[in-house]
Design a protein around this ligand. Structure first.
Ligand SMILES: [Zn+2]
Length: 125
């Protein structure tokens, strides 16, 4: 993991001989060099030549999403909802008619239950 940081100590690069003092910005990596060796140099070009690469910062927008691409459902207006209910209700009535034609008539209460459950099913779909 490579990063840029303010040096806590002065030092000298073993590769290019550049020196830096405490507080200077240095390129630092504890495991990007050859055989997982440490890279530290105040000269970014030198550090990169040694294999240093700035680690990508992890984005912080996954709040509570667990990393998934969660997208909220689009919010529907009340008119859209009413429109959907109308369509679902009409379909349910058509299904009820079909059902009673094939299976015999239902009383009002059974019809209401049938239409209500069909309408709900269709709206949720
Ligand atoms: Zn160097």
């Amino acid at each position: 993991m490579g990063s840029k940081m303010k040096s806590k100590f002065g030092g000298t690069c073993t590769e290019c001989g550049t020196t830096w003092k405490e507080g200077d910005e240095i390129c630092y990596s504890k495991d990007q060099g050859q055989n997982g060796s440490k890279i530290v140099c105040s000269d970014e070009k030198c550090a990169v030549e040694q294999g240093w690469k700035l680690s990508e910062q992890k984005p912080f927008f996954n709040k509570g999403g667990g990393g998934s691409s969660y997208q909220p459902r689009p919010v529907k207006t009340i008119e859209q909802k009413i429109g959907e209910v109308d369509i679902a209700y009409n379909r349910s009535m058509a299904l009820l008619k079909d059902f009673t034609t094939k299976c015999g008539s239902l009383d009002a209460q059974q019809s209401a239950i049938f239409v209500e459950s069909m309408t709900r099913t269709m709206i949720q779909a």
